[in-house]
Every structure is written in structure tokens, then in C-alpha cells.
Design a protein around this ligand. Structure first.
Ligand code: TEU
Length: 558
């Protein structure tokens, strides 16, 4: 059997509101994307993933959808969308949509239809409690964005469940009508020509219908209910049904499930082709690595822990299933600021991080601006943030739980989602060439130095390094299909591994620090071909320079 096409593909994520504004309203749009398709084709990516562009009150920047089968006027029209799809396909790029069906907007017609109450999770107040009074919520779950996961509706005297904002009521997947409506909508987009879906929090769709209380930890007002809605009892069944009813018989699609909290064993089931669920999942272990038991403490990166995580995922999905590989998306801080050095070694460390990630076995995802080495932004006060998560968590922590504002701000500055959402930096003109108007979120002041025009013109830029990484995946079969061996798992500074396919062996090594680092495993590779390097200097005496990354190739006897 030949490998599916997406094993040698690289996906590029576009966050439309921050990508490119064609009409000066300060908000990115579909025509803005069309204007930059040549840039993306030049980068070499195979697939574009669009974060949501559907009609939405924009409470969570479009992850709250009020109509699944149209385009929000903020972004354009369906005709613009069709043109984008045609133009992407004309450049041999596929396009996948964001599918947000764990919840809809509270402004969706389904939620407003009294005949469709069973399409959501409506529940009465806790036994013996007066509806609408403190503590009367049906259970003790907290919303990811702060506060209770239940909203009281005085008109009907009941509560509805929202794992995210109160404007994102959870859909009731137990109801077969809900599932059929979702599948029909998905078929409609596929018939229009889209090439697949990224599925938002798709491991949350099956809940334990008893909705039991979660365990409350000390100092917290709400419990983590995750055990009761994460990878719930019918999650595999629902995804298999979706596969049967939507994907079966259609070729060349890509499906990726966003699955916060998924384990390797579960991911193996979700991505086993024989089971017919999804092609790959986004796991969260490596992006939760610097999250402590106390959410308002910053935990520094421990490289050996990062290697243990990736090593476990590489081994776990080696025979069955497939990995997706990412550092960044619209929910994560910029990787060069998080795990690299966004000061003196910004260019070197951004290239090193890209190299180490991309040459694992799996499908890499590049988030807009990552290919430029874009950094976290400076945030003075909480008023600078726009993200509902940052604002909600700040209110919960500072106003309800009495945390110190500076303590909370320190963590939001380092980890907040708005770091990823500042406008794409196209050139050094005002507003970074993103808009002729006032951008919805402040442009990162780094744009005069870090921008696409400068990067394209500079052969040593992060951008050109990403082009080489993408090209290597397209041309070197060992990158796609080679087996994976982690080297030096106990080394706290160097990340190194080999990939082997038949007689070809690759060695990938990256220095996660500003001091030179020795790697004994480099012995024996001195005569090998240096395929890629980020400093222009081959290592000597097995020593990697500051933030250096190297890729060697040699022929071995099979
Ligand atoms: O994110 C789900 C998710 O896990 C996030 O809550 C994430 O863990 C957190 O924001 C990290 O700080 C998806 C979307 O990617 C996100 O943008 C949405 O807000 C969320 O679902 C609700 O749709």
C-alpha cells in the first residue's frame, strides 16, 4: 500500500484575522490571504489550514460559530472563499477548514430554537438548591476561560453547559440529530472542494451523560471536570461514525483532531487507519511541559522531559498511527520566546527549533510568522490583551482568588495566546504592512526588523531555513518514513536523534543553549554529508556552537 500523501506534507496555519487585511478595517480577511498565496507557495507548504471564518459574534475570535455554512462579513463572502480555494488549488496547495462542533455560538439558530433544547446540555439546579443562587449549578465543573461551566437562563429556569465561554454552549452529541446535522454540514464543505478538517477539541464531544462532579483542589472555586468529558465513553464511536458518513469514499483528504489531554495509547486508536477515525491528532504533552501544578507559576523547560515526551510519541505511533508535529498555533506563545532565545540568538534558535521539530516522524505544522522567527509581544497591562482566555483567567485569579496582579501578568506575558495573534509582519511599513487602518490587536514593535520582505531578501533568514526543511521532507524519504532513535536522552542541552530508512541514515542535533555543547554521538559522522546547518560552520571536535543545529546524512549497510 502506498503511503497517504499527508505523510510527506507540511501544513501552514493561517489565523485569518491576523494574517492580511485587504480593505483597511484592521481585520485580516480572505482577499488578504489570496494576495499572499504566492508567498505561501514559495515557502513550499502543501496545505493551508484556516482558523474559523464562519459567521460568529467573535466572542472567542470565531471559535463561537453562529452559522456553519457561510462566511463572516468581517472576512468576506462565500464567493471570496471559492476564489481562495481555486487559487490555492491552482498553486497545488490544499485547504482545510476548522471544524468547531464541540460547541456552537449561543447565537446559532439551533440554540435559539426551543424545539432543539435537547441539542445542548440543559440541566436543572442542583437538588434542593434555588436556581440561579451561588453553588446551585448542576455540577462543579469550571470553564476553561474562568468561572463555572454552567450558565443560568432565568427564562427557562435551567442551566446550560459551556466548557469554554458562556457564548459557546456545548452541543449534545448523544442526540443523533445533532450528529447528522454536523455530518451534513461537513459534506457540504467537502462538496465545495475543501480538502479536510482540523477538528477543534474533538476529544471533548462525548461526555459522561451523568455529568458527575469533578474533584475540587485546594484553593480552587471550580473543579476540573476533564475526566468526565475528555475522551468520553463514545468519543471513538462518534469519530468512526463521522468517518463512515462523511469521509468514506472521498480521496486525498486530511483530518486532524485537536485533542488536549490525549494519551499515546488513545492516539494510537484514534489514528489507526484500520479503525477509520482521523488521520492524526494534536497532542498537548509538549506544550503543557512548562505548566506547573500551580497555573500561575512559570516552570522552565527541562530538555530531558521534552525528549522523553517526543520519544514516547515517536515510539508509540511508530507501527500504527501517525504524529502531527507543532510548536505553535493560535493558542500558544511564540516558540522562539518560549524555548529559544528571542534576543541575541533569535535567528539561530528559531532555525534550531524548526530543525529539531520538522525532522521527527510525523506531519509538521507551521503557524503564521513562525517561519519568520516572530517573537512574543510586549504587554504592559491586562488592558493590552484581547483574548477571552487571558481576560477571563485574569478576572478569576485576581478578582475571585486574590492572586497578585503582577504574578498573573508575568504568566500571561509568557504564555498568553495573544502572543500568537499579533498581526503578521509583512514589511517595515506602518502597521507592518498588515493593514492600512488600525489593527484589531497591536502590531509587535519588532516588525521593523522581523518581517517577511526582509526575510525573503536574506538568504540566511529563518524563512529560507524553513524552506529548506520543507524541501528536505519532500525530497528525502528517510524524513518521511525512516525509523526514529532518540540519542543522549539524559543530556540537558543537546537534542539529538537519528532517522534510518534502508541504507540512508540521518542525524539531527540541536543545541538548546548559548554555550557550546559536546555530543559524543557526533563521532563517526565527521565524514558524512552536512545536509543542513544554521550557523554556516560545521562542528569540529563534536562540539555544537550556541543554538547550533545540524543535519547529517550517510549511507550505511542495510
Ligand atoms: O482550544 C482548545 C484548548 O485546549 C485551549 O483551551 C487551550 O488549551 C488553551 O487555550 C491554551 O491556553 C481550541 C481552540 O484552539 C481555541 O482557540 C478555542 O478557544 C477553544 O478550542 C474553544 O473553541
Amino acid at each position: 500500500m502506498t503511503d497517504p500523501w499527508w505523510k510527506s506534507a507540511v501544513v501552514y496555519q493561517i489565523y485569518p484575522r491576523s494574517f492580511a487585511d485587504s480593505d483597511g478595517d484592521g481585520m485580516g480577511d480572505l482577499r488578504g490571504i489570496i494576495q499572499h498565496l504566492d508567498y505561501l507557495a514559495e515557502l513550499g507548504v502543501d496545505v493551508l489550514w484556516l482558523s474559523p471564518v464562519y459567521p460568529s459574534p467573535q466572542d472567542d475570535n470565531g471559535y463561537d460559530i453562529s452559522d456553519y455554512q457561510d462566511i463572516d462579513p468581517l472576512f468576506g463572502t462565500l464567493a471570496d472563499f471559492d476564489e481562495l480555494l481555486t487559487e490555492a488549488h491552482a498553486r497545488s496547495m490544499k485547504l482545510i477548514m476548522d471544524l468547531v462542533v464541540n460547541h456552537s455560538s449561543d447565537e446559532h439558530a439551533w440554540f435559539r430554537d426551543p424545539a432543539k433544547r435537547d441539542w445542548y446540555w440543559w440541566r436543572p439546579a442542583r437538588d434542593g438548591m434555588e436556581p440561579g443562587t451561588p453553588g446551585a449549578e448542576p455540577n462543579n465543573w469550571g470553564s476553561v476561560f474562568g468561572g463555572s461551566a454552567w450558565e443560568y437562563d432565568p427564562a427557562t429556569g435551567e442551566y446550560f453547559l459551556h466548557l469554554f465561554s458562556r457564548k459557546q454552549p456545548d452541543l449534545n452529541w448523544e442526540n443523533p440529530e445533532v450528529r447528522e446535522a454536523v455530518y451534513e454540514m461537513m459534506r457540504w464543505w467537502l462538496d465545495r472542494g475543501v480538502d479536510g478538517f482540523r477538528m477543534d477539541v474533538i476529544d471533548h464531544i462525548s461526555k459522561d451523560p451523568a455529568l458527575p462532579d469533578g474533584v475540587l483542589s485546594v484553593g480552587q472555586s471550580y473543579a476540573n471536570g476533564a475526566p468526565h468529558y475528555l475522551n468520553g465513553p463514545r468519543n471513538h464511536e462518534f469519530l468512526h461514525e463521522m468517518h463512515e458518513k462523511v469521509f468514506a469514499g472521498r480521496d486525498a483528504l486530511l483530518t486532524v483532531g485537536e485533542m488536549p489531554g490525549v494519551t499515546v495509547d488513545e492516539a494510537k486508536l484514534y489514528t489507526d487507519p484500520a479503525r477509520g477515525e482521523v488521520d492524526m491528532v494534536f497532542q498537548f504533552d509538549h506544550v503543557w511541559i512548562d505548566r506547573g501544578a500551580d497555573p500561575w507559576q512559570l516552570v522552565p523547560l527541562k530538555l530531558t522531559a521534552l525528549k522523553a515526551i517526543f520519544g514516547r510519541w515517536q515510539a508509540g505511533l511508530a507501527e500504527v498511527g501517525w504524529n502531527s508535529l507543532y510548536w505553535n498555533n493560535h493558542d500558544q506563545p511564540r516558540v522562539v520566546s518560549r524555548f529559544g532565545d528571542d534576543g541575541d540568538f533569535r535567528v539561530e534558535s528559531a532555525k534550531m527549533l524548526g530543525t529539531v521539530l520538522h525532522l521527527h516522524r510525523g506531519t509538521p505544522y507551521v503557524y503564521q510568522g513562525e517561519e519568520l522567527g516572530m517573537t512574543n509581544a510586549p504587554w504592559d497591562t491586562i488592558e493590552d490583551f484581547r483574548d477571552i482566555e487571558a481576560l477571563g483567567q485574569y478576572a478569576q485569579a485576581v478578582e475571585k482568588e486574590g492572586r497578585r496582579p503582577d504574578e498573573v501578568l508575568t504568566v500571561l506575558r509568557a504564555r498568553g495566546r495573544d502572543n500568537a495573534r499579533t498581526p503578521m509582519q509583512w514589511d517595515s511599513s506602518p502597521q507592518a504592512g498588515f493593514t492600512t487602518g488600525t489593527p484589531w490587536l497591536r502590531v509587535n514593535p519588532s516588525f521593523s526588523e522581523i518581517n517577511a520582505a526582509a526575510a525573503v531578501a536574506d538568504p540566511d533568514s529563518v524563512y529560507h531555513h524553513y524552506r529548506k526543511l520543507i524541501d528536505l521532507r519532500h525530497t528525502e524519504p528517510a524524513v518521511v518514513s525512516g525509523d526514529f532513535t532518540m540519542l543522549a536522552p539524559h543530556d540537558e542541552q543537546v537534542y539529538a536523534y537519528t532517522r534510518r530508512l534502508g541504507a540512508t541514515e540521518l542525524l539531527v542535533a540541536g543545541n538548546f543553549g548559548a554555550t557550546p555543547a559536546a555530543l559524543d554521538d557526533l563521532a563517526g559522522w565527521d565524514d558524512a554529508e552536512l545536509v543542513l546547518d544554521n550557523t554556516g560552520q560545521a562542528p569540529s571536535d563534536r562540539i555544537l556552537g550556541p543554538w547550533q543545529a545540524v543535519v547529517y546524512r550517510r549511507t550505511v549497510s542495510p
